[in-house]
Design a protein around this ligand. Structure first.
Ligand SMILES: [Zn+2]
Length: 255
């Protein structure tokens, strides 16, 4: 039997039999893994009730020689994020980000930058300095960049003219091509969503800047909505399905 320790964020928790939980963790050192927390369901004392969604823990797990999930041996709470779990809207945003990570990531692949991104947005969401909507724009743009699937917002996907040189203030985004199109390259008969140049600039700024810079971007309420509606279409388009948590988020967000 061997053991390992790592910081980890709780992505998902499901009941397993009468006594146990199976917990999907996004770990710093081993990427996404599922572990079994024995007696955690029955006895609150076993893990002192800290195995909650989005909590950041330091965990120690044992790996047996036979097949089967690693067993959670110890867990210490680093960030509880009470504030996220006490707000339905914040929980909805955090659930959406967790679902994207869970759906997208292959198991046991270390992804330190993505771990840092998720930790960063959870901490900002918990402290209320920045709205869940603005953080969700930041998370989705950075998440797609780390996945190598950034939307092409800097030049026309066909003739490569740069966005600054496009005269129109609203530019068409072609989901199949994954990028913007200038007026000359657009077929007039096709109805496609438009993006204003203002939000394009902000999204590019967020994509290129570090997290501290990116989080300082201030959106008007129109830009916030436009950016979110765009990303919440773009991301599921690449995922190939609409995340369940996104449906819920849309339902409770009061727009
Ligand atoms: Zn063009």
């Amino acid at each position: 039997m061997s053991s390992f320790s790592t910081p980890a964020i709780v992505l998902r928790r499901i009941d397993y039999g009468e006594y146990d939980f199976v917990i999907t963790l996004f770990t710093l050192r081993r990427g996404k893994i599922s572990v079994i927390a024995k007696s955690a369901k029955k006895s609150k004392k076993r893990f002192s009730g800290i195995l909650e969604l989005f909590s950041i823990l330091d965990v120690v797990c044992n790996v047996g020689q036979r097949k089967g999930l690693p067993v959670l041996q110890e867990a210490a709470l680093k960030y509880p994020f009470f504030d996220i779990r006490s707000s339905t809207l914040k929980t909805a945003y955090a659930s959406y980000w967790a679902e994207l990570i869970n759906e997208w990531m292959e198991s046991a692949q270390r992804q330190v930058q993505l771990y840092q991104l998720f930790q960063y947005v959870l901490r900002e969401l918990d402290t209320c300095r920045i709205s869940g909507a603005a953080l969700s724009i930041l998370f989705q743009i950075k998440f797609m960049a780390l996945s190598g699937l950034s939307p092409n917002l800097s030049q026309c996907s066909i003739c490569r003219i740069e966005v600054e040189k496009i005269k129109e203030t609203r530019v068409i985004f072609d989901f199949a091509k994954g990028g913007i199109l200038c007026d000359g390259c657009t077929s007039k008969t096709l109805q496609k969503p438009f993006l204003s140049k203002g939000i394009i600039k902000q999204l590019l700024w967020i994509e290129k800047g570090d997290l501290v810079k990116a989080v300082r971007v201030r959106f008007t309420s129109d830009a916030l909505r436009e950016g979110l509606e765009f990303l919440e279409t773009f991301v599921p388009y690449h995922l190939g399905k609409e995340p369940k948590s996104l449906k819920f988020l849309r339902k409770i967000r009061n727009w």
